[in-house]
Design a protein around this ligand. Structure first.
Ligand code: SF4
Ligand code: SF4
Length: 289
């Protein structure tokens, strides 16, 4: 079963929930964790382990001019739809989308497309002391090369590394862009994490729309649930309107920040929030066939 954690808005505690659920799932099921936030992965900082894979991937191309053939006709400069070639015929790799139009228009066949590094796929075996025994699972994550825009395709590559397990938990990036679409596609259940603020509710609606678009059933977790009674109520009204079950609420507590600063999953600390996360975990497992 593939479970995707998503939030729309960043900073609502999505990865905090993901790290704790990961330990609980790994204790009870064959399990793997995918950190699909390739722009800013962080779960590898929480879960040290033995590195199994470090694989560079080249998913995009960049134009290159062979100046021994170039006659400086400037056709490529004029035609490039992304203004990636300047008057001195320098190609800016950040702006070049690898579309190949310049290759097509160059009368001297002086331009070619070469592969470029998109990012790195990584996998590690995690052995974590939890609940009086060691839980083991593989963590798959990626790092997008700075300036690259193929985050969605890199997430697709990450997901291909996954193996058959009872549970695969995918921690998606914030937002509703390409990497999030790639993260949640094919999931059996989306665990939406939000907090009671206007911005979080707005982003939750967009995230729920996206999950609906792909026909993915959703459940909802309200983090920092007690910071606004009014917005908590509005989230609940939204959940009723969309028939989304709320599988738990986590109150605001300093121990969440302490766990974060120590780089520990909440359930591996003595935080009072531990019991709230365990309750959520039990509710989520009731969806597993
Ligand atoms: S490949 Fe496309 S974007 Fe890149 S320089 Fe050529 S025309 Fe411009
Ligand atoms: S189109 Fe070809 S020949 Fe003309 S300036 Fe560009 S690289 Fe040089």
């Amino acid at each position: 079963m593939n479970l995707a954690i998503a939030s729309g808005k960043g900073g609502v505690g999505k990865s905090t929930v993901a790290a704790s659920l990961a330990l609980l799932f790994a204790r009870d099921y064959s399990f793997q964790l995918i950190d699909a936030d390739v722009d800013c992965p962080d779960l590898h900082l929480i879960f040290p382990g033995k590195d199994l894979l470090n694989k560079p991937v080249h998913l995009s191309k960049v134009a290159e001019i062979d100046f021994s053939k170039c006659t400086r006709c400037m056709a490529c400069v004029e035609e490039c739809p992304f203004d990636a070639i300047d008057q001195k015929l320098r190609i800016d790799p950040v702006y070049c989308e690898g579309c190949g139009l310049c290759v097509h228009v160059c009368p001297e066949k002086a331009i070619s497309l070469k592969e470029r590094l998109t990012g790195v796929l990584k996998e590690r075996q995690v052995n974590y002391d939890f609940d009086s025994h060691t839980v083991s699972f593989n963590l798959i994550y990626g790092e997008l090369e700075p300036g690259q825009s193929s985050s969605g395709r890199l997430v697709d590559e990450l997901k291909k590394l996954g193996e058959e397990n009872e549970i695969t938990l995918i921690d998606s990036a914030a937002g509703v862009g390409c990497p999030v679409i790639s993260s949640i596609q094919g999931s059996d259940l989306a665990l939406l994490v939000t907090e009671p603020t206007p911005a979080a509710l707005d982003d939750l609606k967009r995230m729920s729309d996206l999950a609906n678009h792909f026909g993915i059933p959703q459940v909802l977790i309200i983090n920092k649930a007690d910071i606004s009674r009014e917005w908590n109520q509005r989230i609940k009204e939204f959940a009723v309107e969309r028939s989304i079950e709320i599988v738990g609420e986590i109150p605001f507590h300093d121990s969440a920040f302490k766990a974060l600063s120590q780089g520990k999953p909440l359930v591996a600390t003595n935080s009072p929030l531990k019991r709230d996360i365990i309750k959520i975990y039990k509710k989520v497992t009731s969806f597993i066939g």
